[in-house]
Design a protein around this ligand. Structure first.
Ligand code: CP
Ligand code: NVA
Length: 297
């Protein structure tokens, strides 16, 4: 049966650890100048409805490193959703490519893509989830802490990046506290899935209470792609949630990037040695290499 990665819990706990182990192995080999080519002659079709720096460049570079090839399909390049139903794109592209990665707005669209594709579909971000980011985040935390016995405070919007991290944290027993303004918490189904996995996050509207007991503080933009018309309202609603150097002290700070400096995080904090955001960004490449190689096994 084809494995799709619509969210992190499409993997079992054991499979998640296998992917992270493979990612670490491929990263070490690449760094030692002994890069492996498990995807020789394989093609990844990359569908983008939204812009991207990290996701596009890391997947494309990863396919090159692993011996395969990636095709970039931007919003004006294919008929996805306009001119052709998603289910037709899914079946046609599956006849050419070995994997499909897609970044779309509506989460239902990736679910439909996965339902009709006959090759693995990887979610490269939807309005509700960002599993590839979580894989990179888990790899980063494991490298830094030697495991997952950590307390993480998420401070900001209970958005796509947060929701996949909630699932990843539940699967690795990370102690997670999610601090959001009232009305911006995680979706009920995400909370339920995390609880079923045995580790739902604590939820609060007090950022300082969340940070107090944390080893790591994680944030993301307040205005996600596609929410530009809600910008003024969100800036008001998130007043008091900005991460500053004073607030986080010497805790490592994570951000999936891109960052909106002066909104969810100050420029000096993002530029400080406490920010481990470039390790996270690099690990998008290695985590996805691990995932692609695992899917190809
Ligand atoms: N973190 C992340 O997905 O970045 P991009 O939007 O640049 O791909
Ligand atoms: N929450 C952000 C993440 C970008 C990687 C967005 O959806 O725009």
């Amino acid at each position: 049966m084809t494995t799709n990665i619509v969210d992190v819990d499409d993997l079992t706990g054991d499979q998640l650890h296998e992917v992270l182990d493979l990612a670490a192995e491929l990263k070490a080999a690449q760094r030692a100048g002994d890069g492996r080519k498990p995807l020789t002659d394989r093609t990844l079709a990359m569908i983008f409805e939204k812009p991207s720096t990290r996701t596009r460049v890391s997947f494309e570079t990863g396919m090159t490193q692993l011996g395969g090839h990636a095709i970039f399909l931007g919003p004006d390049d294919i008929h996805l959703g306009h001119g052709e139903p998603i289910k037709d794109t899914a079946r046609a592209v599956s006849r050419y490519a070995d994997f499909i990665m897609a970044r779309v707005f509506d989460h239902d669209d990736i679910v439909e893509l996965a339902e009709y594709a006959t090759v693995p579909v990887i979610n490269g971000l939807t309005d509700d989830a960002h599993p590839c980011q979580t894989l990179a985040d888990l790899l980063t935390i494991r490298e830094r802490f030697g495991g997952f016995d950590t307390d993480v405070a998420w401070v900001g919007d209970g958005n796509n990046v947060c929701q996949s991290f909630v699932i990843g944290a539940a699967m690795t027993d990370i102690d997670l506290t999610v601090a959001t303004p009232e009305g911006y918490g995680i979706a009920g189904d995400v909370r339920d899935r995390a609880a079923e996995l045995g580790n739902a996050p604590e939820e609060t509207t007090d950022p300082d209470a969340a940070i107090e007991g944390a080893d790591i503080v994680y944030t993301d933009v307040w205005v996600s792609m596609g929410q530009e018309d809600r910008r003024e309202q969100k800036l008001q609603d998130f007043d008091g949630f900005q991460l500053t150097t004073d607030r986080v002290g010497d805790r490592p700070v994570m951000h999936c990037l891109p960052a909106h400096r002066g909104e969810e995080i100050t420029d000096d904090l993002l530029e400080s040695d406490n920010a481990i955001v470039w390790d996270q960004a690099e690990n998008r490449l290695h985590a996805q290499n691990g995932l692609l190689a695992w899917l190809a096994e």
